[in-house]
Design a protein around this ligand. Structure first.
Ligand code: ACO
Length: 328
């Protein structure tokens, strides 16, 4: 029996209008534009309006993805939203999105794998389609990280932003689509990047809030070392399992956390910088939204042609990582 080839039928993205620039941050914490640009590559991020939550951002990106795939919301069988900033604990952001889209036939769930969440979501969706259970799956990465960022902490406030990216997965012609997935996790590094308050371990109290436990806490240096190691190895493993070589890569679509992390991945993969889609200068780190947002922009800019070999690769809290080889 021939296996179904599964790939991307359409892409979409959304970023809020408001910009938070390095100059704005200079007025909020002790930092400066030069430090932020040289240490991270980030110049500005987008911040959701007060009335916007993650499902609103996800909705805008999803509408665009449906349009670009040429299918209606009623044709969706499943919605997966990768996020660490759901609108609320439950119902899931995927259920809220299902209702907004009117995707009446679709099952829906959220997926929590931090910045690797979108690649985990793609792997899930591909499995469902390959086994014949679903035809069209909407996979969204959407975040309002501004809501969990401590704007008195210069270590983290310079990094994060808000946005969403979405794709529709379905059957594609033979020879194209996803060729491999490599997913990984190392819970021993969970302490390096976390929000400790507001869950069942430490429910929100006046004390937990006054101790700022509802914000991201991060050991940046150790996360950096982990990221440099895992971005290269995950991409290499995904290539090997697909039977592809580094030289086959037409475009790397990496998680947009830090330009130095992306540069080290490029070095390891023997690629020049023009082979990577980079937009972190404009959006910062948008966690699960970062890879689909970069992918949607690459498509928009005409940087992806039929038959191109793309490598998507990311890492994040958990710790988690994921990589995939995709023939467009
Ligand atoms: N402005 C000015 N100085 C700063 C700032 C700032 N915003 N932040 C830190 N510094 C200072 C530090 O205090 C330190 O000073 P010291 O030497 O006197 O102690 C100096 O700059 C160097 O600090 P480092 O932490 O060593 O700086 P580094 O080069 O590692 O850059 C950074 C820090 C940007 C956070 C980097 O470590 C990084 O990008 N790490 C990965 C983070 C990441 O990707 N996190 C997201 C993961 S994805 C997810 O799941 C959400």
């Amino acid at each position: 029996m021939n296996e179904i080839a599964v790939g991307i039928l359409g892409t979409g993205k959304y970023v809020p209008e408001r910009r938070l620039t390095n100059q704005d941050l200079e007025r909020m914490v002790e930092t400066n534009d030069e430090w932020i640009v040289t240490r991270t590559g980030i110049r500005e991020r987008r911040i959701a309006a007060q009335e916007q939550a993650t499902s609103d951002l996800a909705y805008e990106a999803s509408v665009q993805a449906l349009k670009s795939a040429g299918i209606s919301a009623e044709e969706l069988d499943l919605i997966i939203v990768a996020t660490i900033t759901p609108d609320m604990f439950f119902p899931s952001t995927a259920c809220l999105l299902q209702e907004k889209l009117g995707a009446k036939k679709a099952a829906a769930f959220d997926l929590s794998a931090a910045c690797s969440g979108f690649i985990y979501g793609l792997a899930n969706a591909t499995g469902f389609i390959k086994m014949g259970m679903y035809r069209h799956v909407l996979v969204v990465g959407a975040e309002c990280l501004s809501r969990i960022t401590d704007y008195t902490d210069r270590n983290t406030s310079i990094l994060f932003g808000d946005g969403a990216g979405a794709v529709i997965l379905g059957e594609v012609p033979e020879g194209r689509g996803f060729k491999s997935f490599k997913l990984g996790a190392d819970g021993s590094g969970g302490e390096l990047l976390k929000i400790s308050g507001g869950g069942s371990r430490l429910p929100s109290t006046e004390q937990s809030v006054s101790e700022r436990r509802h914000y991201i806490e991060m050991n940046g240096r150790d996360v950096f070392k982990f990221a440099v190691r895992v971005m290269g190895s995950a991409a290499e493993e995904a290539l090997a399992s697909a039977g592809y070589e580094k030289s086959d890569i037409d475009l790397l679509v990496p998680h947009q956390a830090n330009i130095r992390i992306i540069q080290s991945a490029l070095e390891r993969l023997d690629l020049s910088e023009d082979k990577a889609m980079i937009n972190l200068d404009r959006y910062g780190n948008v966690s699960a939204a970062s890879i689909p947002l970069a992918l949607a922009e690459a498509v928009e800019e005409g940087r992806v042609k039929e038959g191109d070999c793309l490598v998507l690769v990311g890492f994040g809290g958990g710790l988690t990582w994921g990589a995939s080889v995709l023939v467009w």
